[in-house]
Design a protein around this ligand. Structure first.
Ligand code: KG4
Ligand code: ZN
Length: 332
């Protein structure tokens, strides 16, 4: 019988301090996330210096909690995984440093994980979904399309030329005075609004790359020209913006499927928790009889379970850091 592989993962790339323990890349033994949203809310976005300090304050407790919840001790862990990047360097350093210290003290192997690849692997949690598939990673920091050929093989097909989709959501929410983070706020108020109130457009619809900065400017200019901004106006602008963003994402996912002759789809990242996008993917996949996976909302936004899942496939591929020179990277 093959031995179970149990991985403890740490994620601190932005404003969530997270630790998780996962068995064989898919079975969740614990998944703890401490969000700093309430702290950053009053600034309208994440302040890196504050994010790092908050990570330092809480990281030990979060790791202890993950062990307690899994009913395990440090010695039961086969390897320690950590997000190496991309992300805020000062925030990433808290996680990488902690992981290196743990690995050294406990004589455990250490696995460095790319945060974006982690988002892709959120699709393996608590299910049997397998490559090959097309995956859109849509978050506050990234918007990319991948051809996932195998567990350790990713081909990038397109990415954003300017802003990430989540960044656009957050900016438009600020323009409409809906608070931070903008994605959930826009998602909520768009539910009973007129998505055809105004037709916004995205210029590069024939490419697999994304662009949201032009859309951001169009929506902002449209709002600033308006004299009387009431709640119904805000709702309708938010819904029209969302219609444009989600249509662009869905269109490019199916374009990528056509290109790679693949009929299997996955999404991930904070924006993948958007109810309108999720509905569109389901409808379009059912229409075409495509197989698809949409992770539970708690696995779409930043978490360490997805990092542990990615680390499992690196573990079986023997991709470890043998020494302690692992460093955080803002970009990978
Ligand atoms: O993946 P994530 O937690 O962090 C990054 O790696 O960036 O994504 C955060 C982003 C934020 O921009 C947030 O506004 C957006 O995901 N988001 C949403 C929703 N929930 C979170 N965007 C649209 N609809 C949502 N329901
Ligand atoms: Zn993320």
């Amino acid at each position: 019988m093959i031995k179970d592989i149990v991985i403890l993962a740490i994620e601190t790339s932005c404003d969530e301090t997270a630790a998780a323990i996962i068995k064989n890349g898919r079975v969740i033994l614990s998944n703890i996330v401490a969000s700093q949203i309430d702290t950053h809310k009053k600034f309208g976005g994440v302040i890196p210096e504050i994010a790092s300090r908050k990570h330092i304050e809480i990281i030990s407790q979060i790791i202890d909690k993950s062990l307690f919840k899994a009913n395990l001790k440090f010695m039961d862990i086969d390897a320690i995984a950590v997000t190496q990047g991309p992300g805020l360097v000062s925030a990433l350093l808290i996680g990488t440093n902690y992981a290196k210290n743990l690995a050294y003290a406990l004589k455990k192997k250490i696995i460095a994980v790319n945060h974006v690849e982690g988002h892709i692997c959120a699709n393996y949690l608590e299910n049997n979904f397998e490559p090959k598939f097309i995956c859109a990673v849509i978050s506050g920091g990234h918007t990319s399309l991948f051809y996932v050929k195998d567990y350790n093989s990713f081909e990038i097909l397109g990415e954003t030329l300017d802003d990430a989709a989540g960044e656009a959501y957050d900016k438009i929410a600020r323009v409409l005075d809906l608070g931070y983070p903008g994605g959930p706020a826009i998602d909520k108020i768009s539910k009973d609004a007129d998505k055809n109130f105004i037709e916004f457009k995205i210029p590069i619809e024939n490419s697999l790359d994304f662009s949201f900065s032009g859309l951001k400017s169009s929506v902002t200019n449209f709002v600033y020209k308006q004299k009387n901004i009431d709640f119904s106006f805000k709702k309708n602008v938010a819904a029209s913006f969302q219609e444009c963003v989600t249509n662009s994402i869905v269109k490019k996912i199916f374009k990528a499927c056509e290109l790679k002759k693949i009929n299997k789809i996955a999404i991930s990242g904070g924006v993948a928790s958007n109810s309108c996008l999720r509905k569109k993917i389901i409808i379009e996949c059912q229409k075409r009889n495509f197989e698809f996976n949409i992770p539970d909302v708690k696995f779409c936004t930043d978490n360490a379970a997805m990092i542990a899942s990615r680390a499992f496939y690196k573990y079986i591929n023997n991709e470890f850091y043998e020494n302690l020179d692992l460093n955080a990277k803002a970009r990978i």
